[in-house]
Structure formats: C-alpha cells, structure tokens
Write a protein that binds this ligand. Structure first.
Ligand code: ADP
Ligand code: MG
Length: 987
C-alpha cells in the first residue's frame, strides 16, 4: 500500500514536470495565431494546402504542429456565430480552444493518454491532433463509444474541418455497408468502436479486395475517446464474429428416435469385464450396447448393428453409411447411455444446461461439442440449437495495436495509469482544468439497509427539489433504478428513469438534466458521455427559492444553520442577505468577526478555516429571528448546481469519479454524494461482514436503523473493497490479453497471407515451399511404413508412387518427390495458362485458408475453456494453453499445406482450359490505336460487356515488339467478334 502511494506520488510529479515543457509550444502556437489574425477563409484554406505540401516534401508533423494548431484556432475563431445543424438541432459555433485544450491536443499528438475532465471540451481537443495528422493524406479514425457520439461529434466538427480543407464523416450502425467504404475513405472518420472492429474482422473474411470496407488502406492513426471505457470496461471479453453452423438438425431427431428402444447390456463387475475384455467380440447377444463409463462412451453390439443395418437398408453399416451418419448414431447412443439428466445436465426452460462437475452449478454459456449437445437436445425433445462457430475473433487491445499510431483521451484514467503503462506502454498525462473546480464532494453516508437508504434519498430529494435544484440519481443496475423509482413515486416526486437502451433518446433527456425541476434516475450506462447543460438563470431562480424558504422559516421563529460549501454559493447568498436585511459591507465583516445583531435579527458567519478537502464546508451561516427565544434549530446545506446523488458505489473508483465529474462544468458549482447501504451488492460481495460488525460495534441497533453513519473507518473499508475489485478485474483483462497474444501471432501470419492473396501477389514461390515442406514431413511421418507412405502419396496426388518409393529410398526419394511435384505443378500451370492458374490458385488457397483457420480459432476458443480446468491440477493454464496452441497451429499449417498442394496436384487442366480464341493482330501504333477502337467496339457489342463486366477491354497476354496477342472469351459468336475487329482494323 505504502509502495503504491509512493508510486502515485512519483507519477504525479512526473506529470507536472511533463506539463512544464509544453508551455513554450503553447506560446509558439499563440504567436502564430496572432500572425494569422486577419486571415480570410480562403487564406486559411491555402495555408492548409501549403502545410500538406510541406509535409509531403520535407517537414515532420512535429515541426508543423505550432502553425497547424494556430491555423486551427484561427479557423475556430472565424467560425464563431456560424449557425448549423447537429442532429437536427440548430447550434451556433462558439468555441475557440483554450490553452489547456491546446495542451490536450499536443499530448494526443504525442501518443499519450490525455486525461481531461468531463466538459473540458475533448471533442474539440481531438480535432487538433486529427487535423495535424490528416495533413499526411493518411487516415485518421476517431473512435467513439457509441453511435450517437460518432454522429454528433462528426456533425459538430464538420464546419471546422471543411474550413481547414480536410474531409470528414462518420460510420455508425445506420451507415449501410455500401456507403462505408466511401466514409472510411475520408481524411477523418468518426466511428463507433464496435462497428470499427466488426468491419475489420469482416474485411478479413472478404473474398476479394473490392469487398473490403476498411482494409483497403493501412490502419494509420486512431484517437480513442473515453479510452478507459473501451480499454478497461469493455476489454474483458474478446470480440467475436460467429455464424450458425451449416449442420442440419433433423438427423438428430431421427437417430434419437431410433436409439430409444435399445437395451443396455448388464453392467459387469470389474473382474468379469477384464476377463471378457480379451474376447470382446464374443458379446452377449441379448443386448444392444455396452457402457464404458470411464471413457463416457458406449459400444454397439453386433446384435444392434445387424438390427440397424436392416432398419436402414444397408448391407454394411460402417462401409455404406459414411462418417457423418455413424457420428450421429454414436452421439445418439452416447447421449442415451452415458449422459444422465439432472446429473450431467439439466433441462431448464427448454434448454439443456451442462452441470459443472466441481461445483454442481449449471453452466449456460457452455455446450458439449461435436454434435453431442444437439443429440442430448433431441433426446430431451427440446429445441435443437444450431452450433455456432467462431469465425473471427480479436481483442480490443490487439486490434487497436494494429494502428501505426494511437492516442487516447478520457476524463478518468489516472486511477488506472499503471495498467495503461504496463499493457499499452502509454503515459497518462493529467491536464489541468480550464477553471478552478468548485464542485463539492460530500462525505459518503452509510445506512443500515437499503430501505433506510432509499427513504433518506427521498428525503434529500424532496427538500432540494422544492428549491429547484436539479437531480441526477444514480443506481448501478436496472433493478435498483426501478426500485428507487417506486420510492419516488410514493413520495409524489415526478421523475424520469433512464436505464440504458436508447442512447440517443437518453442522451437528450440527460442533456436536459440541468433544467430546473428535473429529477432523473439513471444507471451508469446512460449518462456517461453526454454533457449536461444547466438552464439559463437557474442559479437566480434557485436563490429566489432559498430566499423564500429562509424567510418562511424565520417568520415561524425558527433558527437556521446554513452550511455553505463554495465561494460561489456564499457570494450569491451574501448578495441576497445584504439586500434583504439592508446590510452594509461593514455589517458582513462584523458578522464574520463576531456576530451581527440588527433589529431583532442575529447573524453569524463561521468560516471553516481548517478546510482541507472539498467535502468540508466553506462556512456556516447562522440566522435567528431573536436572541431570547429557544426555538427549533434547522440545519440545511446550501447547494445550487446539479446534485448528483449516487445510491450505490461502483466496483471501480474510476466509475465513481466519472459520476462525480457529471455534477460540474467548467465554472458551475455542483454537489456529489454517495449513499450506501450495508446490504448493497458491492458490500455483500466484499466487506459486508466486516463493515456490518464494525457498525454494530460503533452504534446501538435502534440508532443504526435511523441514522446515517458518516464514519471514516467504514468509508475507508469500502474503498479497500473497491481497490480489490479493481485489481481483480485488471487481472481478468491481463489474462485475456495474454491469451489473445498467443492467438495474435498466428492471426497476424494468416491475415498477412490472406492479404497477399487478395492483392493478387504471386504465390508460386510459397506453393513450391509448401510442396517441399509437405514432402519432407510426409516422408518423416511415414518413414516406418512404406505402404502407408504410398497410400498417402496417392491420396494427395492421385498418382501411384509404389515403384518410385521402392526405387529411391530415403534421401533420394525426398528429392525425387519434390522435383516430381514441382514438375506436375509447372505442367498444369502451362496447360491451364499462367493467369488462369493464378486465379484458380487464389481461389483454392483462400477457401482452404478460411476453412482451416475458422476451424482452428473455434478450437482455440474451446481450448481456452478447457485449460482453465488445469488450474485445479496445479498446472499453469496459460502455459498449457501456449503448448497446446502451438501443437494446434502445427496441425493447422500441416492441414493447410497438404490440402492446398493436394488440390493443385489433382487439378484437371481440361476442366479449366477456357475456350479462348487467340487473335494475332498486327500492331501498328502509328496508324491505329487498337485499344481505343476495341473499347468503342465494346460499346457497340453489348453482349461482350455483359460477359466480361470487369474487363473493359481484352487482356493483353503477351506483348512483342510488333504484335500483341489478345485473349477473348469464346462463348459467343466468334464470327461476330472477328467481323467487328477486322472491320475496325481495316477500315
Ligand atoms: P467532454 O467530451 O470533454 O466532456 P465536450 O467536448 O462534450 O466535453 O464539450 C463540452 C462542452 O463544452 C460543449 O458544449 C462544448 O461546446 C463546450 N466547449 C468546448 N470547448 C469550448 C471552448 N473552447 N469554448 C467554449 N465552449 C467550449
Ligand atoms: Mg466527450
């Protein structure tokens, strides 16, 4: 703990040191800004073009940063008062970057994480670095957490980018696939993170380059907004694209029916079984299958095999039915014989759920593999679910690392700085706020149980709601948000409930949270990213309401003790006080010094001189109507800004902090407070018992039921619980990251091979390498058995090599085969034609690659599940995973190579020889432009365009000095082509 504290301190000082060095750059920017003062729109555009040229020619982005940021600032200034529409609402441009925003821009450009609080204007900050990097004519992606923000931010910043002569647009769920390519081709694209990775994975499933939406250019630079949300909250699970497998389901039902009537052989005792084992064939004829309970399989007896052969009208079951059918039968019988309902699995709500052997709990997220689960579903007569296969997967971490350059911004990263540094190797730089923060973070209140807590929430809301203080009530789950809503209803407090489904609608409601008279109950998903605007004149209205209330209480002869938290609120109240009681400044001074007695009023202002943290009051103001009476004393806190009241703490302090920042914007006051019950989920999960006993020890029971405990010891123990949770989820993410790293290397290799294929690179060399590897491995594998070797060679090439195998032993055989296979390959290539061969090769390789790779990652997912069990056996699961992953990868590569080579060796050139007519045409460049003429002819002869839609003109396959050979499809009237061309040529 102490160590951590010191680390934090060091990080903090490093932060300050880092910031100091940027002042010079900011001064430089502002210097250029002065220089551009009189620039017109055209000047700005020209300057921007000049930057692009300079970057292209010689200058680095760092060199050009001050000028480009200054130009950006100038463009902002020119835009002020411009009206335009964002999400159908008219808005007016009013932003010119503050110095802290310039600083943020620089930090982003330098690959760091910029921590800037909510409402500090990160949207504008991102545009600076985006603009600068777009000067290179390479892509910039701005990654947002949701659709709404991608659209809103792109629309908000569009006028600015256009002013600076860079193109921008967004990709969100609403953007069709056809349009995406165009959007991604802009200089700057705002894109929702989920869409971005989905497009990435999808592009790696595309069969040709022109199907790609995103990967037709390199991934260059990404700025990730709300980095912690993407990299921390969502980074716990990998991204997966899966597809339902193509297996039909009827067969399962059919075989489940058939095996229903089977009879099991009586179980033998161990002893008998071992005797029987030797002549397994001599099985009892009066039963159908024997159970091998250890291996969890069942073996069919001959009686049943005969039965089945009759039933299915086949002569020999194993010979005539084929592997798949047999597999179905085996699964059906296994599910009947070895899997017991309520022991191995449960049937719940029409679903078959596996039971965890160790804990006895159902595991809804798991399924038996290879059709067994379906067979059990068929047996239980519930809906048979198609197996879904993972076809592509990647983690956020590894996806974002594909960008050449990455930077991040967020309001809350500093609690997680260690993680960012260790996993991503980036620094968190905390950027100071533009104005002094006047937010009040009040001490947590702890209640005995939720019921007491919610009643207190209602009481608090009731009072301040009358004064018109706007409320944001936070709950951690949909369930509690509804519960709280019920309490508010009972108290007749009108409110709206947001529990995260429709980002756009919710964002609208949230942005209205600052209107007076508003109470919003929200879960954490809903409120996080949108800004809350306080209503105009809100503080004046609130002050008037306080005034009314104070006067009313005083007229009832009450004493008031008002606790004020910030200078802002103090000034407002004093202004009113002076007016109301006709006080002079001197009067106030004496009220501060000792006390003020005027007419029959008594006023005393007590400053809190020892104010250490923001949660402590700024001052206490006591007002009484008369000195003599001893009436009731009313204590109230004075709050004016948005009141954020959280009815729970989150597992992570970072999320609590995000919430706190919601209550504040640049110069406005705000309040935040957490109400906690000892039976909240977090408390139950972690420190409940300890805190509860602590509470019991500290306070008597009757008091506990009424009171709010504000005790440092208890709140500290809650924070400790949060730290533990944070550490736990960090290790989950780290774990995921480490596992994905194993797969990542494999993925990178496969994807780069795919890229080569899609880019039509020449594969011949790779294939020849495959031939070599295949031969070497085959000989090694079958060295013990000549016959097997001959069989295998025949299987992959359809050629009988028995003679040769005999003739050339060991080493010579290898060389012979390599040579032979290469020869066959070359031969086919010549027969089929080089271009055509390339095409066929590409097709075969892509198909084989995809099929094997998908199978591989599906197995890898399964492997991840499997290795987690090794932990029980004291084996490091990650090590085991790495080991088995490597073995699987070897199998994958072996499969790939052998299948590709085999398919190519078996190619039948006849099948592919395209009937082409080769026309030898004299090429006389001076007299005629053949290609042009042919193009014209194409337009005349419509059918040709239809037949070869991609090719505008015939392909030149060989070019000599004086003539060219032109290849043409010949499935239409030859004569016609000839006629057209000869007419063209000789006229
Ligand atoms: P963040 O993403 O940091 O929470 P936003 O980018 O949503 O903040 O900006 C919050 C508000 O501040 C917006 O209404 C924006 O228009 C305003 N804003 C940002 N920068 C400036 C500026 N330089 N001058 C005036 N208003 C600004
Ligand atoms: Mg933002």
């Amino acid at each position: 703990m102490v160590f951590n504290y010191i680390l934090e301190k060091i990080a903090w000082n490093a932060n300050e040191r880092k910031l100091a060095k940027y002042q010079a750059i900011i001064d430089n920017i502002n210097h250029f800004y002065e220089e551009y003062n009189n620039f017109s729109e055209e000047d700005i555009k020209n300057k921007s073009l000049e930057f692009k040229e300079r970057v292209e020619k010689w200058e680095s982005l760092d060199d050009i940063l001050p000028e480009s940021f200054a130009l950006h600032k100038q463009a902002c200034k020119s835009l002020v008062w411009t009206k335009y529409k964002v999400k159908w609402q008219e808005i007016t441009w009013n932003m010119i970057p503050y110095d802290v925003q310039l600083l943020g821009g620089i930090i982003l450009h330098e690959w760091n994480i910029a921590e800037m609080k909510t409402w500090e204007g990160k949207t504008l900050v991102a545009t600076m670095s985006a603009y600068l990097n777009a000067l290179t004519w390479k892509w910039v992606h701005l990654v947002t957490v949701n659709d709404y923000l991608a659209e809103r931010d792109a629309e908000t910043m569009k006028p600015l980018y256009e002013f600076l002569w860079v193109s921008v647009w967004f990709v969100s769920k609403n953007v069709s696939l056809e349009k995406r390519r165009e959007q991604y081709n802009k200089d700057i694209t705002y894109v929702e993170n989920a869409e971005l990775w989905f497009d990435y994975l999808r592009d790696n499933l595309a069969k040709s380059m022109d199907q790609r939406l995103l990967l037709f250019r390199d991934l260059n630079y990404a700025i990730v907004d709300e980095a912690d949300s993407i990299m921390i909250d969502e980074a716990r699970t990998p991204l997966i694209i899966s597809q339902p497998s193509s297996q039909p389901t009827e067969k399962y039902v059919q075989y489940a029916q058939i095996v229903k009537a089977l009879e099991a052989c009586p179980l033998q005792t161990e002893k008998k079984k071992s005797i029987l084992f030797d002549d397994w064939k001599k099985e009892p004829l009066e039963c159908d299958y024997k159970i091998d309970s250890k291996a969890k399989t069942a073996l069919l007896t001959s009686r049943w095999i005969q039965k089945l052969e009759k039933m299915l009208w086949v002569e020999n079951l194993y010979r005539d039915l084929g592997y798949e059918e047999i597999h179905h039968i085996e699964n059906a019988i296994k599910s009947k014989a070895c899997y017991e309902r309520d022991k191995d699995y449960l049937v719940h709500n029409g679903e078959v759920l596996i039971v965890d052997e160790n804990t006895g709990r159902a595991m809804p997220w798991r399924r038996y593999s290879e059709g067994l689960h379906q067979a059990i579903e068929a047996k239980e007569q519930v809906q048979i679910q198609r197996e879904s296969e993972t076809v592509a997967t990647i983690t956020y971490q590894n996806f974002l690392k594909l960008y050449k350059k990455l930077s991040w911004m967020t309001g809350t990263a500093s609690t997680e700085w260690e993680e960012f540094e260790k996993i991503y190797g980036v620094w968190v730089v905390v950027i100071p706020t533009n104005k002094e923060i006047i937010r009040t973070d009040k001490q947590d209140k702890v209640f005995f149980d939720q019921n007491i807590k919610f009643n207190h929430v209602v009481d608090t809301v009731k009072f301040y709601h009358k004064i018109w203080v706007p409320f944001l009530l936070w709950t951690s789950s949909v369930h509690t948000s509804e519960l709280l809503s019920k309490y508010l209803q009972k108290a007749w407090l009108q409110h709206s409930v947001l529990n995260a489904k429709y980002h756009e609608m919710e964002a609208k409601i949230i942005s209205n949270a600052g209107k007076n008279w508003s109470i919003i109950v929200a879960t954490n998903m809903a409120w996080r990213w949108t800004d809350i605007k306080l209503e105009d004149w809100l503080f004046e209205k609130i002050l008037a309401n306080y005034a009314k209330w104070i006067k009313k209480e005083l007229s009832n002869a009450k004493w008031l003790s008002l606790v004020i938290y910030s200078r802002f609120e103090f000034d407002k109240i004093m202004e009113w006080l002076k007016q109301e009681f006709s006080l002079t400044d001197d009067d106030i001074v004496s009220a501060e010094k000792q006390e003020l007695i005027k007419d029959n009023f008594y006023i005393k202002i007590k400053f809190n001189n020892r104010k250490k943290t923001k949660s402590q009051a700024y001052c206490e103001l006591i007002i009484k109507t008369s000195k003599e009476q001893e009436p009731e004393l009313i204590e109230k806190n004075i709050h004016m800004g948005l009141y954020v009241l959280a009815s729970e703490k989150h597992e992570s302090r970072r999320i609590d902090n995000q919430l706190r920042w919601r209550s504040w914007r640049q110069w406005d006051p705000g309040v935040t407070q957490f109400y906690i019950a000892l039976d909240d989920e977090l408390m139950i999960k972690s420190w409940w018992l300890i805190t509860k006993t602590l509470a019991w020890k500290l306070y008597p029971k009757e008091e506990l039921e009424k009171m709010a405990i504000e005790n440092k010891m208890i709140t500290n123990s809650i924070e400790r619980a949060q730290r533990q949770m944070e550490a736990m989820s960090f290790s989950i993410r780290k774990n995921l990251f480490e596992y994905d790293n194993v797969l990542n290397k494999q993925r990178q290799f496969i994807y780069s091979l795919r890229d080569k294929l899609l880019e039509n690179k020449d594969m011949e060399e790779i294939i020849k390498q495959y031939i070599q590897d295949l031969v070497i491995n085959t000989i090694k594998k079958y060295s013990y058995d000549e016959k097997e070797l001959v069989n295998y060679l025949e299987e992959i090439s359809w050629i009988d090599f028995s003679e040769e195998v005999k003739k050339y032993r060991s080493k010579d055989l290898k060389d012979y085969l390599i040579l032979k296979f290469k020869e066959i390959y070359d031969d086919k290539k010549h027969q089929i034609g080089e271009d055509k061969m390339k095409e066929i090769q590409k097709y075969i390789m892509l198909e084989t690659l995809d099929k094997n790779w998908m199978k591989h990652i599906d197995e890898m997912m399964y492997l991840r599940d499997k290795v987690s069990m090794y932990g029980y056996a004291q084996i490091d699961p990650l090590l085991q995973y790495k080991k088995e992953a490597f073995e699987k990868y070897q199998i994958l590569m072996w499969g790939l190579k052998s299948q590709i080579v085999s398919e190519l060796l078996k190619l039948d050139p006849e099948q592919f020889s395209v009937k082409t007519e080769t026309l030898h045409i004299w090429w006389e460049e001076e007299t005629i432009n053949l290609i042009e003429k042919l193009k014209q002819a194409w337009n005349i002869a419509k059918w040709m365009e239809v037949k070869t839609p991609k090719k505008k003109w015939p392909k030149v396959i060989q070019k000599d000095d004086d003539f060219e050979i032109i290849e043409m499809a010949d499935d239409n009237n030859n004569q016609e082509v000839d006629d057209i061309i000869s007419k063209m040529l000789w006229k």
